[in-house]
Ligand binder design. Structure first.
Ligand code: DGT
Ligand code: MG
Ligand code: MG
Ligand code: MG
Ligand code: MG
Length: 268
């Protein structure tokens, strides 16, 4: 068929193919969630409904979009890692990014009720996103470590801050002053000596965030079998199924990666 005279506009599209061999990371972050959390009365410092909804939405992204091997989330953000050999959408950054962001956003709204019940969603939330490429497994692990360290630093601060207010009776200004210049050890000490709280015993979900990976699980179902000239009978059938599993553990050290060797692909 003859091309129309308008066809040339296609050449204005820029090439945004992600460099081969690199891990492709898409990170989403809630837009102005400071306000969103306040308007929807999120519990402080951590709202388990909100965190559950974030994870559910991330699962929906992983289950619907191929080649994401691991996702890590905390607060109002989630990072998705595509395997380095993915050829999905011809590795076009804009396609990968917009698919992840739109699937995540629509899931967040779609599953809202499952986590917030009758509490209404007051306005449509948005998420910004970016694509970052990491050429080595070490770089990728350092990226995820950076996000988990961020989770730790913020959660320790927020835990002490809100404990000083909710249990210690301080105002927000007084709590801020109290924490100015304190180190992690000082914060642990305040929690322990003044409030009898051992930070390490606080919820792992809040301290470590959420890591989602694919795992093979054996699933046994019983099936009806009817052979000719035989009575119908029930037999157990075991199948191996891929499932997204959630972890709230350390991913900075080696242990997690040794226990799940399939997540990172060989660097050679
Ligand atoms: P942005 O990302 O530049 O559009 O602005 P924000 O406000 O989303 O800032 P960000 O992403 O740096 O910080 C996340 C905000 O979300 C932070 O103000 C605290 C709030 N937030 C996230 N999770 C929770 C939660 O579980 N409970 C409460 N109360 N607030 C939360
Ligand atoms: Mg942001
Ligand atoms: Mg945000
Ligand atoms: Mg954020
Ligand atoms: Mg289309």
């Amino acid at each position: 068929m003859a091309k129309s005279k308008f066809e040339y506009v296609r050449s204005f599209e820029t090439d945004d193919t992600c460099l081969r061999n690199c891990y492709i990371v898409v990170r989403l972050d809630g837009r102005n969630f400071h306000r969103f959390a306040e308007q929807h009365q999120f519990a402080k410092p951590n709202d388990d409904r909100a965190l559950g909804l974030m994870s559910k939405s991330a699962r929906s992204v992983m289950e619907g979009l191929e080649d994401i091997t691991i996702a890590y989330g905390q607060s109002d953000e989630f990072s998705f890692v595509f395997k380095r050999t993915t050829t999905w959408f011809k590795r076009r950054a804009s396609k990968l990014l917009t698919h992840v962001a739109s699937q995540f956003s629509s899931s967040y709204v779609f599953y809202w009720k499952e986590f917030f019940g009758e509490q209404p969603l007051l306005y449509p939330p948005g998420f910004d996103g970016r694509v970052v490429l990491y050429p080595t497994g070490r770089n990728l692990r350092d990226y995820l470590s950076w996000r988990q360290a961020d989770c730790h630093i913020n959660n320790l601060y927020n835990t002490v801050f809100w404990t000083l207010i909710q249990k210690g009776g301080l105002t927000t200004t007084q709590a801020e002053d109290r924490l100015k210049g304190t180190l992690a050890s000082d914060k642990n000490e305040i929690l322990f000596s003044e409030f009898d709280i051992n930070y390490n015993n606080e919820s792992a979900l809040h301290r470590k965030g959420t890591t989602l990976i694919w795992e093979k699980r054996d699933e046994t179902v019983s099936k009806h079998i009817k052979r000719p000239n035989e009575e119908e009978k029930q037999v157990p059938v075991t199948r191996s199924r891929r499932k997204v599993e959630a972890y709230h553990c350390d991913i900075i050290g080696d242990q997690f990666w040794e226990e799940h060797p399939g997540v990172l692909q060989d660097d050679t």
